[in-house]
Ligand binder design. Structure first.
Ligand SMILES: C[S@@+](CC[C@H](N)C(=O)[O-])C[C@H]1O[C@@H](n2cnc3c(N)ncnc32)[C@H](O)[C@@H]1O
Length: 495
């Protein structure tokens, strides 16, 4: 199960003192575990769990809870008790719709590996008892038919391309000739494949009204189709998520590099089709959109402060920061010095960004400084950005992050970023657009859930900003991502 973006903690999250790791319940346990948490006999939704404590949600806010209070805690999974003892209230985190209460156990501990083993054994029993026929019966026939059509498409072309690749190789074909074969097949297969993906999206839309049907349809897709695609580099990385979350820097690099990767002609073709999907293509066009905004903001700052001024840019969830290296590489004339602050919870992504940006800065020999921060946005919201003053950044942008953050928290994060924005500065926040005609592919085939937002939903992300903030929503040229663009017309600092 992939980790949600707000659970990714960056380097500061990895403390030197051992603290049992907290895990979201849905990451740890099967859907059938149906956890039941009783606090003093009353049931509350369980949020996360560790070996020495857990947290739960309350709808009526933090008022009735006091730090240090002793409570009676009982946890049941699959209807059976796994823990009963006393605990104390250790944390109260008020949220937009209530509060999250963290408690520490006072007796014993939660043996998570054992709990997981019991959960897996239950699952095994259910799988053997109920079997494949039950899973199939839960999935609407129209959906099964579409999956079967995609499966046939896939297997038909795998067989055909493998056969001709063997034949060409036996005839002594060169790598360049095999690449031309892949290009030819790619041109023919891409449109029919995307058409099937759009049709699957339409049929899948009928599965989402009922949660049980949705789960069954997703599991059916992951049983029938996903495993067959694991020799395609893009599908492998996107589906297996080796770093624990979807859309890591390597997936972004696949999109930007637009290569034919894979061991066979067929896998090369399907890799290329995967990375040219409309949502993937939009990642490249939104990167160019940010490059355009950066160009204008650089000119604006140089115009206002002269050639001795300094442009300050910050990117949150920067990944490989391809827009920065592309900007440096493509910029004609460098209007004034610039400092780029690149923030990501992923150290490996920062390594890739550093190398690519440094290389272009060196090649162009421009006065540009890189400041890389291994930081989570959760820490940023709690503690600010280390060494960065409020109202210090002229251009702040974020792509590929808000698509994973629910609206109340996203609104809070936008306010925190606005706090960093200098008067006159621009903040630009991207989000996958709704309605989408192709979301079946990431959601069902890739187990990659995103929050698609309409123009109005994206505008709503800025609802907590001060009235003086000038807001507008634009769509990038690929029509796949909206941008909430906010201009700060006056300082928001008091006094
Ligand atoms: C889909 S990628 C987008 C990368 C880049 N902005 C782009 O468009 O190419 C999302 C990035 O957000 C980062 N990320 C995820 N959760 C984060 C968090 N809690 N704090 C900071 N960065 C996070 C990931 O490590 C990843 O590099």
């Amino acid at each position: 199960m992939a980790k949600p973006y707000e659970a990714l903690m960056g380097s500061l999250g990895r403390a030197m003192f051992y603290r049992p790791e907290r895990q979201r319940v849905r990451e740890l346990l099967s859907r059938d575990a149906r956890p039941k948490l009783l606090i003093d006999g009353e049931e509350y939704p369980l949020f996360d769990i560790s070996m020495n404590g857990l947290s739960f949600l309350t709808a009526n806010g933090s008022r009735e809870w006091r730090i240090g209070t002793t409570i009676d805690l009982e946890l049941l999974l699959h209807g059976e008790p796994v823990y009963h003892g006393t605990a104390h209230v250790a944390r109260i985190e008020p949220g937009p719709r209530g509060a999250r209460i963290g408690v520490g156990l006072m007796t014993g501990f939660l043996d998570l590996p054992e709990i997981r083993r019991r959960d897996d054994n239950k699952l095994l029993g259910e799988q053997l008892d109920e079997g494949a026929a039950t899973q199939r019966a839960r999935v609407p026939e129209a959906y099964r038919e579409k999956v079967s059509e995609i499966l046939h498409f896939y297997q038909y072309y795998r067989r055909a391309l493998d056969y001709h690749e063997r034949r060409f190789r036996a005839e002594g074909a060169t790598d360049a000739e095999l690449l031309r074969f892949a290009e030819r097949a790619y041109e023919v297969l891409r449109e029919p494949y995307y058409r099937l993906n759009r049709e699957a999206t339409r049929v899948a839309a009928e599965c989402i009204a009922d949660r049980e049907t949705l789960i069954a349809a997703k599991e059916y897709t992951e049983t029938v189709l996903a495993p067959l695609m694991l020799d395609i580099p893009f599908n492998n990385r996107a589906y297996l998520k080796p770093l624990g979350y979807p859309g890591d820097y390597q997936v972004m690099l696949y999109y930007y590099n637009k290569g034919f990767e894979g061991d066979t002609v067929f896998t090369k073709v399907m890799h290329r089709i995967g990375i040219e999907h409309p949502l993937a293509n939009g990642v490249c066009t939104r990167k160019d959109y940010i490059v355009d905004l950066m160009t204008r903001e650089h000119d604006r700052v140089a115009g206002e402060r002269g050639a001795g001024g300094e442009l300050k840019v910050a990117s949150l969830g920067c990944g490989p920061a391809r827009e920065v290296s592309d900007y440096v590489a493509g910029r004609e004339g460098w209007p004034c010095p610039a400092v780029f602050t690149l923030i990501d919870q992923e150290e490996e992504a920062l390594g890739v960004a550093y190398r690519a940006c440094k290389r272009e800065i060196g090649r162009k020999d421009v006065p540009a400084v890189l400041d890389l921060l291994n930081l989570s946005f959760v820490q940023m919201m709690n503690e600010g950005v280390p060494l960065h003053e409020p109202e210090s950044q002229d251009f702040i942008y974020c792509t590929g992050l808000f698509d994973y953050i629910k609206t109340p928290r996203a609104q809070g994060l936008i306010c925190a970023l606005y706090h960093l924005l200098a008067p006159g500065g621009l903040m630009s926040i991207g989000n996958a657009s709704a309605p989408q005609d192709c979301w079946w592919t990431p959601e069902f085939l890739g187990d990659w859930t995103m929050i698609y937002r309409t123009r109005d939903d994206v505008m709503e992300l800025g609802d907590q900003l001060p009235g003086s903030a000038e807001r507008k929503v634009e769509i990038e040229p690929g029509n796949a991502y909206y941008f909430l663009n906010v201009r700060k017309t006056e300082s928001s600092l008091r006094g």
